[in-house]
Design a protein around this ligand. Structure first.
Ligand code: EPZ
Length: 465
């Protein structure tokens, strides 16, 4: 591993208070006041994926040397993981903006109360299990947060850890996991291609004794990027075309140097914003392959896009938008995180659209506010039978029927969750009149410098306490 700049790095270790302190990117106020009706026009720079960077930071725990992660977004989810790693004795420094150096040399036990306090609303703590069991023989999981989009169970994770030989003790504080005899490779088949559970298996299997076979694995681009990181560290991982992954455990792993994949969710959010507001946005860093299914739907609805060397231009070509039928699915299907911003654009399309949410059981919570703004959307809690179905029906699925076009007017609303919240912002930008959105801090979890980006796109807004 090349000598890193850890020793020479400017000591950028900060306290939680400093991390949480408002910066131009994470504005101090918690209320966003938007005066809508203006097309968004301009360029935004989308950097590393929230849902890769946080996992890559955890993977650094497995190395016996420092790791360097580049293109790290300045979002609060990264801050949460940084503080948790710090609590476990990992030296995390930032020699320059967007770069983290993570040195796991002095990993040590942390106190339960400390981890519980630091974990906040993040679900990432569950992914510390494998690395901590390898390093310390023990892992503590506080009661997990994450967006209010269903009960977000962790049964697949705990079953996988037990398959590796870990012992899971549930107490009133949370969950204590130990591995008195270390972890041993196992044959695991996931009931559903869960992203988190796949990451759990990868982070546990790479240093387990023997071979692990994982069936029905998630294969999202962020998962493949995590596999690339683990391979750089010295792991031996095969992927097969039928969602099967083989991991051959190794004795030791080194640190890594890696530039994170771009954030597909943020790119799709800005693309939908361009469509809904009748605008034109160049998303620097966006790549076609990881957005293939989104681009198909974007085009079917009537959006125009142009794939360029350093990003993708998304614009409303004029004329009317067309209604569409969309089914969310695991990769390479239409991602569940893409439906919230797209639904705002569908309120402006002519005709009746149906969006089947098949991944989570409660992902239309943001729709109430859109209806208050004048949208015509009906949520069918038990889903909807429809003629042309590609994605197999799931018991938990729901469907939203969007009839358009409808004129949206400003409203006051509380941001419910990360992706739904961004849809509220897009709806407020689309609506005539003023909207006041509270609970703005939720947006900071996953969208870097969003206030600056709104300004660069010509939005008319202000931020108040
Ligand atoms: C990840 O969540 C992402 N979060 C989500 O993004 C994303 O929507 C989701 O994957 C699907 O792509 C992070 O990476 C931090 P899952 P995750 O395990 O891993 C069920 C955002 O805004 N399930 O693939 O939690 C679960 O209930 C977030 O960035 C179990 O039943 O998603 C759901 O129905 C929102 N038991 C389905 O699997 C388990 O143990 C998919 O969940 C685990 C999951």
């Amino acid at each position: 591993m090349a000598q890193t700049s850890v020793e020479s790095a400017h000591d950028a270790s900060r306290t939680a208070a400093q991390d949480a302190a408002p910066t131009p990117e994470t504005p101090s106020g918690d209320t966003l006041v938007i005066r809508g009706g203006k097309p968004l026009r301009g360029r935004v720079d989308v950097r590393g994926a929230k849902n890769l960077a946080t996992k890559a930071m955890v993977a650094a725990l497995l190395g016996d040397g420092p790791s360097i992660l580049q293109d790290v977004p300045q979002i609060s989810d990264v801050g949460v993981v940084r503080r948790m790693l710090d609590a476990y004795g990992v030296a995390v420094t930032s020699p320059e903006e967007g770069v983290l150096v993570l040195d796991p040399k002095n990993v040590e036990r942390a106190h339960f109360a400390q981890i519980d306090a630091l974990a906040g609303s993040s679900r990432i703590p569950i992914l510390f299990c494998g690395p901590l069991l390898h390093r310390l023989g023990e892992a503590l999981i506080p009661d997990l947060g994450g967006c209010r989009i269903g009960d977000r169970p962790i049964d697949f994770h705990l079953d996988a850890l037990r398959a590796f030989g870990a012992v899971v003790d549930k107490s009133y504080e949370g969950i204590r996991i130990t591995a008195p005899h270390g972890l041993t490779g196992a044959n695991i088949e996931l009931p559903y291609p869960s992203v988190g559970a796949t990451e759990q298996v990868l982070l546990s299997a790479v240093k387990a004794r023997g071979v692990t076979e994982l069936k029905n694995a998630a294969i999202e681009p962020e998962i493949m990027d995590l596999i690339a990181i683990l391979q750089k560290m010295g792991a031996i991982i095969w992927t097969e075309p039928n969602r099967t992954i083989f991991i051959e455990g190794v004795e030791r792993l080194s640190g890594y140097t890696h530039r994170s994949i771009f954030d597909r969710n943020e790119a799709a959010s800005w693309a939908s914003a361009a469509l809904a507001t009748g605008g034109d946005i160049f998303v620097k860093g966006a790549k076609q392959l990881e957005l293939l299914t989104f681009l198909n739907v974007f085009r079917k609805v009537g959006g125009a896009f142009d794939v360029q060397e350093d990003g993708i231009r998304f614009w409303h070509p004029g004329g009317t938008l067309r209604a569409a039928q969309v089914e969310t699915d695991v990769h390479p299907g239409f991602m569940t995180d893409w439906q919230q911003p797209l639904i705002v654009a569908l309120t402006q399309a002519v005709g009746t659209s149906i969006v089947h949410e098949t991944v989570y059981e409660n992902r239309f919570g943001f729709i109430d506010a859109l209806v208050e703004m004048g949208a015509d959307i009906v949520v069918h809690e038990d889903g909807l039978e429809s003629v042309t179905r590609r994605v197999p029906r799931r018991k938990l699925e729901q469907a939203a029927v969007v009839t358009g076009p409808t004129k949206l007017h400003g409203a006051n609303m509380e941001i419910p969750d990360l992706r739904g919240g961004f849809s509220h912002i897009i709806a407020a930008l689309t609506a005539e009149g003023e909207s006041r959105l509270t609970n703005l801090s939720l947006i900071n979890r996953g969208y870097e410098h969003f206030a600056e980006k709104l300004r660069d796109l010509g939005a008319d807004f202000s931020i108040e306490d």
